[in-house]
Design a protein around this ligand. Structure first.
Ligand SMILES: [Zn+2]
Ligand SMILES: [Zn+2]
Length: 434
């Protein structure tokens, strides 16, 4: 019989998050917690699997995310259609309605951080399982809420190390259910004149998801796009004053922004304000975050009317840009290593390790190894400053050897004093390095 050895690989567009990568996720998450908590946001995590209908209804059937990119599966029992969540807002809104959070003092503010799934064409820096962090303010329609969302996003980006002068904010308003249909009619009318010139994508979009033609990056569509009617010209008076208030407040707060007349965002649920934070310039944008208002979503998912606004950040994108900027995070390494020789020493080592842990001193070890040489090699690889050596004789006498790796000097120290001795040396080292 011939055995064929089989090895497995991650699926296309999927990746392992290795320990050195996880440092960056952790860094981003800890900043999220710090900044968003200050503004009154609380963490929520929704399940990865939801009814597919939640997204078709919430995000829109004709959007690329739902139409082309959603992972759908069918349960064995009742053939129910489920989806791996492609984005966060619809699920958070589902939870808000399901758990009756409209009864809480409004607005309710959430943030989330977790994996999402889209079956996209794999390309550099894009994954089919990716992390997103997002925030939602549900139950408040005031322009001040939009501004708060923008400010907290900006502060968060700065907390990660992005410079304010490098982050651009672009803004637009796409109106409400009153004024948007009028605009879309005009947009369609305009594009119909160019139906032979525009790309296939635009031709499909103008029928199915007309606003998205404004997203087209195809060169032959550009000049057509540039001449297209803009939503700001069609806003009803409420939408207009809502947007004006936002701009005034941002001006007052010295937040600079670009009015981006073709910014529409890909999801159906947005109303009024849409915004994006990006690096680079208007021509070569690297989007860090996108968000906007979604006043109709709660109602369309079965709740009562609750205006809301949200934002989402692509975590891998943030990581890539942080690394490009020179942000380096390294795995923590012990500065001291415990070497044990013989059975009694091995047993004693387990106890010693616990004592060091309780004192918050990171002690390296390789308790599975027997030989002195193997353990010293491990210590050398870690480039530790000190090595503790515990042998048969030391255990018997209640002593331990402390070796200074710099000078090579060895000292015999009573076991019960070793923690204090190590602390003393670390302290000395610290004051010397200052
Ligand atoms: Zn309107
Ligand atoms: Zn196009």
């Amino acid at each position: 019989m011939v055995y064929k050895r089989k090895s497995f690989q991650t699926l296309r567009g999927m990746k392992d998050i290795l320990p050195k990568d996880w440092l960056y996720y952790d860094y981003i998450l800890s900043n999220t917690k710090k900044i968003f908590a200050f503004y009154g946001f609380q963490r929520i995590e929704t399940p990865i699997l939801e009814k597919a209908e939640l997204f078709t209804k919430g995000i829109g059937k004709k959007t690329d995310i739902v139409n082309k990119e959603m992972y759908i599966l069918r349960t064995k029992e009742n053939k129910e259609l489920l989806a791996l969540r492609p984005e966060g807002t619809a699920s958070v809104v589902r939870a808000y309605i399901e758990k009756g959070m409209f009864n809480l003092p409004q607005p309710v503010k959430f943030y989330y951080f977790g994996p999402f799934f889209r079956h996209e064409k794999p390309q550099a820096g894009r994954f089919r399982q990716f992390y997103q962090l997002g925030a939602e303010i549900i139950g408040e329609g005031s322009p001040a809420t939009d501004v708060e969302m923008i400010i907290v996003s900006q502060v968060f980006l700065e907390s990660l190390g992005f410079k304010q002068k490098n982050i651009c904010l672009s803004l637009n308003s796409i109106g409400c259910s009153e004024c948007r249909p009028v605009y879309i009619k005009e947009l369609k009318k305009y594009y119909r004149k160019y139906i032979k010139q525009i790309c296939d994508n635009c031709r499909r979009r103008i029928k199915e998801n007309p606003l998205r033609v404004l997203d087209c990056k195809n060169e032959k569509c550009l000049f057509i796009k540039n001449g297209a009617p803009i939503s700001l010209d069609y806003l009803c008076s409420e939408c207009n004053s809502h947007f004006k208030d936002i701009l005034e407040l941002l001006d007052y707060l010295d937040v600079s922004y670009i009015l981006d007349k073709t910014l529409v965002r890909g999801l159906d649920y947005y109303t009024r304000t849409v915004f994006e934070f990006f690096l680079g310039n208007e021509i070569k944008r690297i989007a860090l975050a996108g968000g906007g208002r979604y006043d109709k979503l709660v109602k369309s998912l079965g709740g009562t009317y609750k205006p809301a606004v949200g934002v989402a950040f692509g975590v891998e994108r943030l990581m890539d840009e942080l690394v490009k900027k020179g942000k380096t995070l390294v795995l923590p390494k012990p500065k001291i290593f415990l070497v044990q020789i013989g059975d009694a020493a091995k047993k004693q080592s387990f106890k010693l390790l616990e004592q060091f842990r309780k004192e918050n001193i990171f002690l390296g070890e390789n308790l599975g190894k027997e030989s002195l040489r193997a353990q010293l090699t491990a210590a050398n690889n870690l480039e530790v400053d000190y090595v503790l050596i515990l042998g048969q004789e030391e255990v018997l006498n209640g002593m331990i050897i402390l070796k200074d790796m710099d000078s090579g000097l060895q000292e015999l120290i009573p076991l019960e004093k070793i923690i204090n001795e190590v602390k003393k040396r670390f302290k000395k080292q610290k004051s010397k390095s200052k």
